[in-house]
Design a protein around this ligand. Structure first.
Ligand SMILES: CC(C)=CCC/C(C)=C/CC/C(C)=C/CC/C(C)=C/CC/C(C)=C/CC/C(C)=C/CC/C(C)=C/COP(=O)(O)OP(=O)(O)O
Ligand SMILES: O=P(O)(O)OC[C@@H](O)CO
Ligand SMILES: [Mg+2]
Length: 231
């Protein structure tokens, strides 16, 4: 069984945001299942390598969520590749991926690569603007994207991305009830243990990002809320 399929909680670190060594240690030693390194803007080879080297002092698994070709580097345990299913622009579905595979094809260890079928649901986030995501979608639309991810594309991950905003738990539940094999990642607006626990009832994996930078002590408590005996 692949390790990724056991992850319940992950922290997403943004290479474009500052974190002290002490804070990073708390994140990496928190008991989270993995660290994802990723962000939409300001992600450079330099800040990715810097963060990778710092995270590597700890034993937690570390994945790079690739958002631009220039910032891809060896050394991560996994590479997560977003494909934005509700983008209006082929760039974010096919073109950049084609370019990257042309460039790195011979070097890619396909066992380490996981495609994430993204559905971006917050109109007011950087990833939505960048990819021109069609966020004005119905419940039926989202369920159809999830089914496409699982049955047409056979993606390992369907990612409900509310980056910066807490999402609709009832919709997360409905999507979860639809999926059988593809794992459901939920990310967006989780700042409290209660929110993390609520989303973890349905999502296979919950992703906590911004809270690391706004209220670290609260963010750390989301790990126990998702994985602890009290859940
Ligand atoms: C040896 C070697 C070099 C090995 C590596 C081989 C390898 C794995 C190559 C890559 C292969 C490949 C197919 C790459 C894909 C290339 C690519 C650029 C794809 C496009 C990805 C994409 C759709 C990006 C759009 C933006 C997006 C969805 C980002 C996800 C992250 C996200 C939403 C983060 C939230 O943070 P942020 O938006 O920064 O939030 P703040 O407002 O808080 O900052
Ligand atoms: O930063 P937040 O809102 O926690 O979102 C986490 C993650 O889904 C971002 O890609
Ligand atoms: Mg960012």
């Amino acid at each position: 069984m692949n390790e990724m399929t056991t992850w319940r909680h992950v922290f997403k670190l943004d290479p474009n945001k500052a974190i002290t060594d002490e804070q990073l240690e708390q994140v990496c030693e928190s008991g989270t299942d993995a660290i994802i390194v990723g962000g939409t803007d300001g992600v450079t080879l330099e800040n990715v390598i810097d963060l990778l080297a710092r995270v590597r002092r700890f034993s937690v698994p570390c994945a790079l969520e690739v958002s631009n070709i220039e910032a891809v580097t060896p050394g991560f345990d996994y590479y997560f590749i977003p494909m934005v299913l509700n983008s209006r622009d082929l760039t974010w579905l096919i073109d950049l991926h084609h370019e990257a595979v042309k460039q790195f094809g011979d070097l890619i260890n396909w066992e380490e690569l996981f495609v994430e079928g993204y559905c971006i649901l917050n109109d007011d986030c950087k990833a939505a603007s960048l990819t021109r995501a069609r966020t004005n979608v119905t419940e039926e639309d989202v369920i159809a994207y999830a089914r496409m991810a699982e049955h047409i594309y056979h993606f390992p991950i369907f990612y409900m991305e509310y980056s910066g905003r807490y999402g609709d738990v009832r919709l997360v539940e409905k999507v979860k009830r639809t999926l059988k094999h593809t794992r459901l990642f939920y990310g967006g607006g989780i700042h409290t243990p209660a929110q993390a626990k609520e989303m973890a009832m349905w999502a296979d994996t919950v992703v906590v990002g911004n809270a690391i930078y706004t209220n670290l002590q609260m963010a750390l408590q989301t790990v126990e809320a998702v994985k602890g005996k009290s859940t």
